[in-house]
Write a protein of this length. Sequence first.
Length: 406
Amino acid sequence: MFTKGLLLLITSTLFSIASPDGNPVSEKQVAEIHDKVLTVDTHVDTPMALLNDGFDIGERNEAPRSRVDFVRMKEGGLDAIFFAAFTGQRERTPENTEAAYKRANDMIDATYEVCNQYDEMTEVAFSSADADRIEAAGKRAIYIGMENGFPLGKDLSRVKEFYDRGVRYITLSHSSNNDICDSSTDRDGPEHNGLSDFGEEVVKEMNRLGMMIDVSHISDKSFYDVIQLSDAPVIASHSSVRAIAKHPRNMTLDMIKALAKNGGVIQICLLDDYVKDPDTTTVHYQKMQYLRKIYNDEFESMSDEKKEAFRDLWRKTQEKYPKELPTVADLVDHIDHVKNLVGIDYVGIGSDFDGGGGLADCEDVSQMPNITREMLRRGYTEDEIRKVWGGNFFRVFREVEELAAK
């Protein structure tokens, strides 16, 4: 978990932070609890970086180039993580579907390669039980997810194919509608009025295999269709609370209640616009809106060379026009909201690092203890912190596995 040097640094500091009830919270307490609980981040887009030349995930890197590597995972006491094989949505032609299928497999291949390369630091995980075993060996557990069901096309057999490759959840759609379901953000509006007929078969097949269904990014109607159809609890791998930040990607109070009734879990996202409504008057906002339009309209059809140039322009624009990012306190407001609405058993953390996630005081995985600190400041117990950091998620994971085993 923590490196020895970092633990000594934290425990030697020993300054206190006032909690809401006036009880002091020492940095030693933060370190001890964070080190004790099993921690998981259920969504990062780091596999995209694995395909870039010059990125070494076994060395310490710096944001914004990447917010995740094995060194910083250890520094931040992050025990397990889901590497999402992300493919953006393009026109649903056979050629584009095959290109997405190949890219998803390339990212999965790259994940296995780096875990084999750094096998003293990491191990690919497949079951809910693997996280404890790998953590006990002093290594990081690397799970594989898939963001966007686009690579499936309309081939149901690919669900099992990706499961056999180690994929343990599929985010059913991304920013646009696909053959599975409607997206929460498609500019043309709904296409299937929720799940398609093919999408219903995908949900049933995922239940059969023991693969978690991820409802982040899908439309509200698609969400309710999944909840009604799925025999297993579902996850929102990187979503936040719409009552606080009004982005359509976030979940309404009624959706969170339905998710809890289903036994599922919402993993609160660290991406700024999903944590706090943006200030639309800033130069940063105007510049980024322009780049987002290019991304939505053109990025997936760009050559690899143009994609890299666009990523560089994106980074330089953010550096030139920095945004005042939300804080960990803003993030924990979302956790509080879920806790007060449906109870502590239905909330966790999915950062979306390397896919836009990052806060002013939690910009990469090395700073994850800041979230533990804020929960302690608010009076969260050790058991509640354990549930948020992984207990709730792994409960769902186990239930999905157990249902498939029957």
